[in-house]
Design a protein around this ligand. Structure first.
Ligand code: HEC
Length: 132
């Protein structure tokens, strides 16, 4: 038979709490979406070419998506992202084609943003649109 004396106590004092801690965050609630890791790459791929200084979207609307601060500043008319309200955020309205077709984004003949990517952006906005 294997002697458990000190080894058993060591297990309960050391391994068990670690195992418990690593399980807890998993069942807390939905995963936090990261701006830097999840959202920014989607904007870079679909929007940035036109929405930076000198490019046509920026020239027409004043909307740059180079940095988080640019994105939150919005267009010359106001904010496009409203933290906590993905439904009312114009960024999402345009990507989902809910506005006039002439200003659905990406503009012109470009492909629509993949619906799973729109979902990621919506979730990020609903979680507060943080610079995380
Ligand atoms: C091919 C170039 C191009 C791409 C790519 C593009 N845009 Fe635009 N964007 C424009 C132009 C041009 C305007 C100005 C439209 C107008 O007012 O007629 C604009 C305007 C906007 C506006 C302001 C709308 C308003 O009320 O004037 C938002 C918000 C916007 N774009 C978001 C996006 C998002 C989000 C993406 C990526 C999913 C994107 N754009 C990709 C060219 C582009």
């Amino acid at each position: 038979m294997i002697k458990t004396g000190t080894a058993g106590k060591w297990f309960i004092a050391t391994i068990a709490p670690i195992a418990l801690l690593s399980v807890l965050p998993g069942c807390a609630r939905e995963e936090a979406v990261s701006f830097a890791q999840d959202v920014k790459p989607i904007l870079d791929q679909n929007c940035l070419s036109c929405h930076q200084e000198g490019a046509e979207g920026y020239v027409a609307s004043g909307f740059s998506m180079v940095t988080y601060d640019d994105l939150m500043k919005g267009t010359k008319f106001g904010a496009m992202v409203i933290g906590g309200d993905s439904e009312g955020s114009n960024l999402v309205v345009l990507m989902e084609g809910r506005a006039d077709p002439s200003i659905s984004m990406p503009h012109g003949s470009m492909k629509k943003v993949a619906s799973k990517d729109i979902k990621t952006i919506r979730l990020w906005i609903d979680q507060g649109a943080r610079n995380n």
